[in-house]
Design a protein around this ligand. Structure first.
Ligand SMILES: [Fe+2]
Length: 302
């Protein structure tokens, strides 16, 4: 199998009604810090990369666009060719931001906007002061899709992301990029949008700091801590100030084998198979299962 043209998740861009509050919440709870602050856009990062989470002032809270980092500039051209060959709509070949050198943005057939771009500049200080748990990086996004199987086929066709694992009926599927992490992109069956966005921490101590930070504002976790079967990662989830479901993880499985056949797991009816869903035992609550934020169609034209 060819190596993916994408190395890792690049950024997640969100529409939010109150970017100041969303940035403050992300800084206080997660511990990412603001790298760019303009009147209608705030960017946050947790490492040297210029931006990982990008907040646009908007009329609603929704997923705007997702950036995937190409392995190099040539890979951006290949993604463009492959997306066109797969019949996907290219909506831009101009990078979304001046600090990105080269990019192509396409839509999945359901309408998820994906920008494949050259790597983020490493122009921010590695270490910084501030509250929260200071993640290592924004590590994966779990989309929601009407047809996760088609979503996986389109993402593989356009970007070479590899299917790592899926459930028996493609209710959930996980794809890995060239860095080998079990998943950088996932999709769960539902409507077209996003289920959750994930930050990775050095260890479970980061998850403890997050949970304790939430208690300061009398907020709590939605699910976890636990350990997922798919990815073997430690996890916990909370809902941020803008209503997005945020996952905090550590210890994601790394898979070096490009030819590993996709795993098939059986999550049981309503995710009742705890051996797959949470090795530590507690099943997800209905708030987790039903969580959903939509994609915003009007933001594709910018
Ligand atoms: Fe996840």
């Amino acid at each position: 199998m060819q190596a993916p043209l994408v190395f890792r998740l690049g950024y997640v861009a969100l529409n939010v009604t109150d970017p100041e509050r969303a940035a403050e919440d992300t800084a206080n709870i997660v511990g990412a810090r603001v790298s760019v602050r303009e009147s209608d856009i705030i960017m946050l990062t947790s490492n040297q990369r210029h931006a990982e989470m990008i907040l646009y002032r908007a009329g609603e809270n929704s997923l705007r666009r997702v950036g995937l980092e190409a392995v190099d500039a040539d890979a951006v051209d290949k993604v463009r060719e492959r997306a066109e060959a797969a019949g996907l709509r290219i909506i831009s070949t101009t990078p979304s931001f001046p600090f990105i050198r080269k990019a192509v943005t396409f839509l999945t057939s359901e309408g998820h906007a994906i920008e494949v771009h050259t790597p983020m500049p490493l122009d921010q200080p590695l270490r910084y002061h501030g509250p929260g748990a200071h993640p290592r990086f924004l590590d994966h996004i779990n989309f929601a899709a009407v047809n996760p199987r088609q979503f996986a086929e389109e993402m593989h066709a356009a970007t070479g992301l590899l299917l790592t694992e899926r459930t028996t009926g493609y209710e959930i599927m996980w794809m890995r990029a060239a860095d080998g992490r079990h998943h950088a992109v996932a999709a769960v069956k539902g409507n077209t949008g996003v289920h959750h966005i994930s930050w990775e921490f050095e260890s479970i101590r980061g998850l403890q700091t997050i949970a304790d930070g939430l208690t300061v504002e009398e907020r709590g976790l939605v699910w976890g801590p636990g350990r997922h079967g798919a990815g073997d990662n430690l996890f916990q989830y909370y809902v941020d100030s803008a209503g997005f479901l945020i996952e905090c993880i550590a210890e994601m499985e790394i898979i070096q084998d490009l030819d590993m056949p996709p795993r098939v797991s059986d999550p049981g009816e309503n995710l009742s198979n705890w051996r797959v869903v949470n090795k530590w035992g507690a099943l997800p609550p209905i708030e987790w299962i039903e969580h959903f934020n939509e994609c915003c169609p009007q933001s594709y034209h910018e």
